[in-house]
Design a protein. Structure first.
Length: 164
C-alpha cells in the first residue's frame, strides 16, 4: 500500500523549498551582482515621450523633456498616441500615426508616449487601454479614441480638423 501522506508531505516540502530559493534569488542576486538590476523606467528616455516631426522625407523623433511645459507652450492641436512596444495594435497604428505627422506638419503636433516608460502621463490622461489617441488643445483634452482598426486614420483626421 502506498503511503500518500508521506508523499504529499515531501511534495509540500519541495514546493516550499523552491519558493524560498526563488525569493532568496530575487533578493540576493541584485545585492551580489549590482550591475544586473534593471534600471527603473525613465520618462525622459528617448523611447518614452517624443514628437514626430516631419522633415520633408522622414519623421524625426524629438524627445520632450517636460511634457506639461510642452503642452502649455504649444498653440496648435496635439495628437497624442499612447502606445507600448508589446502591443500589436499599437505597432499596426504606427504607420498611420507617422502619415498623420506628415499630413499635419506645421498645423498640428503628433506625440507618441510609451505607456510602459511614462505611465504617470498615461494615468494623468486616464488611459486604460492602448492604443489610445488623444487630441489636446490649449492643454485640455478635446477628444479621444481607443483602439485601432479600419477608419481610425479618417477619425483622427476629422478630430484634428475639428479643432483647427
Amino acid at each position: 500500500m502506498v503511503d500518500y501522506q508521506s508523499k504529499i508531505k515531501i511534495g509540500v516540502y519541495a514546493v516550499v523549498s523552491l519558493a524560498v530559493l526563488a525569493i532568496l534569488a530575487v533578493v540576493l542576486v541584485p545585492l551580489i551582482f549590482p550591475g544586473t538590476a534593471k534600471p527603473a523606467a525613465d520618462a525622459t528616455s528617448t523611447d518614452a515621450v517624443y514628437e514626430l516631426v516631419w522633415n520633408g522625407t522622414t519623421n524625426d523623433h524629438v524627445v520632450i523633456e517636460d511634457f506639461t511645459a510642452y503642452m502649455a507652450a504649444t498653440k496648435e492641436p496635439i495628437l497624442i498616441d499612447f502606445w507600448a512596444e508589446w502591443c500589436g495594435p499599437c505597432r499596426a497604428a504606427a504607420p498611420t500615426i507617422e502619415k498623420l505627422a506628415e499630413t499635419y506638419a506645421g498645423k498640428a503636433h503628433v506625440v507618441k508616449i510609451n505607456t510602459d516608460l511614462a505611465g504617470e502621463i498615461a494615468q494623468a490622461f486616464g488611459v486604460t487601454g492602448i492604443p489610445n489617441f488623444v487630441i489636446v488643445q490649449d492643454s485640455a483634452v478635446v477628444n479621444s479614441l481607443t483602439g485601432f482598426g479600419d477608419g481610425v486614420e479618417q477619425s483622427l483626421s476629422d478630430m484634428l480638423d475639428s479643432v483647427m
